[in-house]
Design a protein around this ligand. Structure first.
Ligand SMILES: Nc1ncnc2c1ncn2[C@@H]1O[C@H](COP(=O)(O)OP(=O)(O)OP(=O)(O)O)[C@@H](O)[C@H]1O
Ligand SMILES: [Mg+2]
Length: 446
């Protein structure tokens, strides 16, 4: 492979020299430009694998170069050099497609990390890597747009916030971004922010030193250290308590963390992806989520569509999910009757793809002769009062409780009428004996 070449754009000769020296030591070739005009000319005449540009240039703004490269050679990662503490311009650059940023005065360790991450993308492209096992199903415009965004943000280090309803594939998208990124051979660390007790949060995120508290009998790393050089996925980020939000913001801003009980900070290099099924903007308005942290996390927003926005893809989802379920269960893939398929296409799926998976798994258990009929689907009716429907999808939700109660009553009544003859009771209810047995087991009626 040819030695990589970086284009360095800065009007200050001293900074150009410092950057050139650092890059040369990393065995990266350098071409230097003092303004936008020279930079554009060099891009025309030279093969360039990476670009580092200052923001304020004599003939314009570094962002113009970011856009120029986005338009003409999007495979070249561009990092911008921003004035210290200028969060706004860094966020702006990332939104315009910059790969990453470094702030002045340039921290050489951070710069070296940035350069080696950027060059990994090139190695991966040249070795033809990039086909992970994870895959998004669907061909509708909504999911195609997600696929394009995933490919685009995978090339950058920008923080991504993934929104979308429960079960719509937020975690799947986060994994995909990681798998397609330069960090793919590094750890992907998912953290459910809603599941950590508040008093343990700081030590879970940042680690602790031996003796920091009772029970701390050895030094331990936290999520940040475990995710170092990789991706930290903050799931259900809206559930973070405000006190922790402050600490998290500091860690992200400084790219440094301090273990509980330690006096020293250690540098960490993590890419942050966050997600929640709540509307984070509304949490900010309600004062439950800090605006400054929101601003930092939500640099790029990726919205996962609800399954009902991709109705035309439902047959493909059904087929692929049944393939997977049958493979896992070691059974034959069942057929789906046309009536059943029509019903699935009409249904609203408040629990999205996860709900579809559950519906199909249950239908596989209920169906006979490897054929799923509309009755095996047991879809919940649409015309329930709104406040009940709104919480559907979760097994502990009022809707499920309500439906379970109705089902239990109907079964008990039929059993009483038939003197506890299950075959006769099933007939009375218009369901198969297998279905009767399954439902009774599920409801604990034995
Ligand atoms: N487009 C898709 N293609 C293939 N599988 C999908 C797709 N969307 C979701 N899934 C599958 O649906 C299930 C739920 O997805 P995931 O856990 O990513 O959802 P989520 O948005 O994180 O949900 P929650 O808000 O409940 O945490 C997973 O098994 C996932 O693989
Ligand atoms: Mg999830």
């Amino acid at each position: 492979m040819r030695k990589p070449v970086a284009l360095v754009v800065d009007d200050e000769p001293a900074i150009r020299e410092l950057l050139e020296l650092t890059l040369t030591r990393m065995d990266v070739g350098c071409v230097l430009a003092a303004d936008l005009k020279q930079a554009r000319a060099l891009l025309q005449s030279q093969a360039v694998d990476l670009c580092l540009t200052d923001m304020r240039l004599p003939d314009g703004n570094g962002l113009e170069l970011v856009s120029h490269i986005q338009a003409h050679s999007p495979q070249i990662p561009v990092a911008v050099i921003t004035a210290h503490g200028n969060v706004e311009s860094a966020v702006h650059a990332l939104k315009s497609g910059a790969f990453d940023f470094v702030s002045k005065p340039v921290d050489l360790a951070a710069l070296r990390n940035l350069v080696s991450t950027a060059l990994k993308l090139r190695e991966q492209r040249q070795s033809g890597e990039g086909r992970g096992a994870t895959r998004l199903l669907g061909r509708s415009p909504a999911i195609e747009q997600v696929r394009n965004m995933v490919a685009k943000v995978a090339r950058s280090q920008a923080p991504v916030h993934i929104s979308g309803e429960s079960g719509s594939g937020k975690e799947l998208a986060a994994r995909l971004i990681h798998e397609k990124s330069a960090r793919r051979s590094q750890p992907f660390m998912p953290v459910n922010c809603g599941a950590i007790p508040e008093n343990l949060m700081e030590s879970e995120f940042f680690g602790y030193r031996k003796g920091a508290f009772t029970g701390a009998d050895a030094d331990r790393d936290g999520f940040f250290q475990a995710a170092n050089t990789g991706t930290l996925f903050l799931d259900e980020v809206a559930d973070l308590p405000l006190a922790m939000q402050v600490k998290l913001l500091r860690a992200i801003q400084e790219k440094k963390v301090r273990k509980v009980g330690s006096t020293q900070e250690e540098p960490v290099d993590v890419r942050i992806i966050s997600a929640t099924h709540q509307k984070l903007g509304e949490c900010v308005e309600a004062g439950k989520f800090r605006h400054d942290l929101y601003y930092r996390l939500n640099v790029i927003e990726l919205r996962m569509p609800a399954l009902r926005e991709m109705r035309e893809d439902i047959p493909q989802f059904v087929s692929a999910l049944l393939d997977k379920l049958a493979r896992n269960a070691g059974t034959k893939k069942p057929d789906v009757g046309s009536e059943a398929l029509e019903e699935l296409k009409r249904y609203d799926f408040p629990g999205n793809v996860r709900e579809l998976e559950n519906v199909l798994e249950r239908a596989m258990a209920l169906c006979s002769d490897a054929r799923i009929t509309a009755g095996d689907l047991q879809l919940t009716p649409h015309d329930l009062p709104e406040q009940v429907v709104a919480t559907g999808g979760d097994s502990k939700a009022p809707l499920q409780d309500y439906l379970d109660r109705v089902e239990k009553e109907a079964i008990l009544e039929a059993l009483e009428k038939t003197r506890y003859n299950r075959t006769a009771a099933a007939k009375l209810l218009g369901i198969t004996f297998r279905s009767m047995r399954y439902r009774m087991e599920r409801l604990g009626l034995n």
